[in-house]
Design a protein around this ligand. Sequence first.
Ligand code: MOS
Length: 731
Amino acid sequence: MSPQPQAAVGAPLSRVDGRLKVTGQAKYAADHEPEGVVHAVVVDSRVARGRITSIDTRAADAQPGVLKVIHHRNAPTLPYGPNPGSLNLPGARLRVFQDDEVHFHGQPVAVVVATTLEAAQHAATLVKIEYDAELSVTDLTDAPAPGQPVTYARGDAETALQSAAVGMEMTYRPARNHHNAMELHATVAQWDGDRLTLWDKTQWVQSPRAEIAANFGIPPENIRVVSPFVGGAFGNSARAWPHITVAVLAARETKRPVKLVLARKQLYSGVGYRPGYEYRIRLGSDRNGRLTAMAHDLRGETSRYETFSERGVLSPGQMLYTTPHVSQTYRTVPLDVNTPTPMRGPGYSTAAFAVESAMDELAHELGIDPIELRQRNEPENDQASGRPFSTRRLRECYTTGAREFGWNRRNPKPRSTRDGDWLIGTGMATALYDTLRFPGQARVRLDADGTALVESATSDMGPGTYTSMTQVAADALGLAVRNVTFRLGDTDLPPAPIHGGSLTMASVGSTVQDGCDKLRQQAITLAVGDEGSPLYGASTDDIVVRGGRLHMKDDPARGETYRQLLARNDRESLEALGSYTPGQSRSSMYAYGAVFAEVAVDARLGLVRVRRMLGVFDAGRIISPKLADSQAIGAMVGGIGTALLEHTVTDHRDGRIVNANLADYLVPVNADVRDLRAIYVDGRDDEADPIGVKGLGEVVLVGVAPAVANAVFHATGRRVRDLPITAESLL
Ligand code: MOS
């Protein structure tokens, strides 16, 4: 087939669903109002560990409008069959209302269902629960980590550390962060006989379907999950959390459609979070800054009932820099908390904070420029796997970034630059995230009117999947963007992989391209075999489609439109099923980036302002530049939050999260962000996938926090190894 001209891909399109969103027509999970819907409000536990000794629902039951209060004493036993789920964690998932045991503060222990939200909310406050509380442990610092750590080793790090010309040891402590997406987690559950429809906030419609099928012992085919719009997620809607089961159970018990929306406060215990870590690094290098050894010892939070670990927290230490001797131990620390979950740049961003801070510390120790230090340790291949890199344009990210940021104007001496009361500093850090691809399918239909519908059960939590898939489809079909509609977020559509891990563009994009290629080929084959077509008898390889018109590549005058072709052949539509199965790769595939930050720190008050930030990213081909910027800038805002503001604070006496609201859990607002800019180094990665992309949404967050921390050090001479960097830590 002749390659198609690219008109939509690479164009700075605005979101195709933007108008629906700004005019309020986009329906999010909680916007769905089936006839007769009633409201459920979850009652949370007030202790972190122990047993429920009594539940008194009389006052709640007596409230007008209350239909039922469900808890472990009156709930039916649910099968809770095996469901490996999207994360496949060791342990046993929380079973709602199945016993009297409390595993964490904020665990759902009852649900009130009422005809109005207000009635349910009020009645929920009237449910009296008594507990036999046990001593809970929620502090990562003190808690033991029984069991074997995950380990990695190459060479002999301990010996190499002892003989290193330069040796350093540091411990970094990034805080627990919560995703805090704008949209609250919400589910509307409606039974129709033994069939169930869920309108759910999810990054993967397959996930609640599999979870509910397993929990209730019903066939997955009986469950339809609909999720056309998601108001941000960042990883916390990739798993089906317990409240979905609560909603389904409430609907079954009351025989009414049930809407359940977690309150903002309940998001801190009802869904997962980025775990806090302690990350100790010991490194050895020669006098020229060439790393000889690194030892990484990590402790990360998990719950007692499930073991959450993230592979990505180990990768940077293994393969980012040339290091002959590496050892790693990674211990998960079970606490009386709910289970963590991936959050944007999962693992990688935590590791990058430690590793990239440590590289900055080494650069300072040796008096070597931080970029030069990284260049000296740039590996020839992936030392963890021994594989060549498919593409790694990291050197280009460094040099482009240094030039565009004005890096070389900096005085390397810390605390050397002032602007009135403000200490000014610059810092940089490297970012990386692995390129994941998963199989999927997409259905394509071209109608007689020359418009196309492309469908795949993926999701759009914010990156702009609707738009980017429309761009890929438009070019592969040779249609204008306005003549292509992309549908997602429905289990009735052909299956797609989880919308996370920066794999959607690569995986679903390749699937969409395949389906559209097949459909275009069908149309071309139809034309060349059709005596009535001007293209009759031509070679299919010589035909391209542009603006809905098939024509000879070298003779645009000879051709006809899809509409003409379909009308003459009496076809209402053409259809094709696209698929994509990633091949075995011989290469190490990652997206990379270099992030540069300039901060100002008030010398007397310790306030930190990020004055400007530049990210330079090697993410392969950029399908949708405007949306890429939206991803990169959004991630910089998120990373500034991790660096300077975000911190889930637990009262370790009772396991309660004390800042479970957006007034006390601080996130960056407009006043916290100024000049943010992203650049993408050119080039596709043809080994990664047929459309040459490496994934963007995660890598853009990964280097932000260490770049800010390194800039704060440069501004103040103060190295802060705990996140967030607060004013107190700088005084
Ligand atoms: Mo991303 S943390 O896989 O949504």
